[in-house]
Design a protein around this ligand. Structure first.
Ligand SMILES: NC(=O)c1ccc[n+]([C@@H]2O[C@H](COP(=O)([O-])OP(=O)(O)OC[C@H]3O[C@@H](n4cnc5c(N)ncnc54)[C@H](OP(=O)(O)O)[C@@H]3O)[C@@H](O)[C@H]2O)c1
Length: 253
């Protein structure tokens, strides 16, 4: 199977790093020439397509990772064929905006943790050939509809907000005199621990949280300060704003 990557920018570079780490043979990948294509082709001995037409002619699965505004024009007029699969990672670009028939298309939303094979990646619809690529980068979570996918895409922004909370907590700790490296590690792994516990224990999430919130304790104290400042309504408003933007852009309302 040849995997073509059309649009070799920031996201594609992280996915490529994860694919290579997973043991994917560089000879089975083909890069489009713009962006980081030339540089990554030279660095990892990955074939470089002469142009997008040649890439689509040779690839069995094509990963589309151009900016959303470029997505439709990037795939239009190329020699798509039966049996081929397009994975679009473009946020807010509806399937109907990707003219790749008779190839099949799906949407996927990898996170940059693909680079360390730790990206939970949602997709719609599930297509086996695409799954074989995406599961190299972390757990794949198939969704039931494109509307669900738009909701789930908000999580790609939440990933950044989580990183911001980690950074701010680690920096605050360092400003208080704690060891910066130790705090960076502690806070980052605390977010990993919080996520893993919720993912791996089937208990209701409010029950898991209730276990943590001792009346009069420090978790409760912090939650009260956050509530006085507008949480969780503020966080929900941020989710709503991102979702509204995504459904406006994709027309999947
Ligand atoms: N960054 C993330 O964390 C992330 C996460 C999930 C999904 N995404 C999605 O991934 C997509 C790419 O994001 P990004 O951050 O990687 O953007 P980016 O760094 O700007 O990369 C986009 C690349 O596409 C190239 N390109 C544009 N039109 C092309 C065409 N017709 N043929 C070949 N290459 C073309 C650009 O080349 P030039 O530089 O020559 O214009 C650029 O190298 C977006 O749709 C975004 O929604 C990103």
């Amino acid at each position: 199977m040849i995997l073509g990557i059309l649009g070799v920018g920031h996201l594609a570079a992280t996915m490529l790093a994860g694919l290579l780490k997973s043991g994917l043979d560089p000879a089975s990948i083909l890069l489009s020439p713009r962006g980081k294509g030339q540089e990554l082709s030279t660095r990892h001995a990955i074939p470089l397509a002469a142009d997008n037409r040649s890439l689509v002619e040779q690839a069995d699965v094509v990963l589309l990772a151009v900016r959303p505004a470029d997505a439709s024009t990037a795939v239009a007029g190329l020699p798509w064929r039966e049996g081929q699969v397009l994975i679009s990672a473009c946020a807010g670009v509806a399937l109907e905006c990707l003219p790749v028939a008779p190839a099949r298309a799906l949407r996927a939303m990898p996170l940059t943790a693909a680079e360390i094979n730790a990206s939970p990646t949602v997709c719609f619809p599930a297509i086996a050939e695409a799954n074989m690529v995406l599961e190299r980068l972390g757990p794949v979570i198939p969704l039931a509809s494109e509307a669900d996918f738009e909701v789930a895409t908000v999580n790609a922004a939440v990933y950044g907000w989580a990183q911001d909370l980690i950074r701010r907590t680690a920096e605050w700790s360092a400003q208080k005199g704690a060891d910066a490296q130790a705090m960076r590690r502690l806070v980052a792994l605390t977010f990993v621990a919080a996520g893993r516990l919720i993912d791996e224990k089937p208990d209701p999430m409010d029950a898991l949280l209730a276990d943590l919130v001792t009346p009069g304790g420090i978790t409760e104290l912090g939650l009260d300060v956050l509530a006085a400042g507008g949480q969780p309504a503020l966080w929900q408003a941020a989710c709503e704003a991102v979702h509204a933007r995504l459904i406006r852009d994709s027309g999947t309302a």
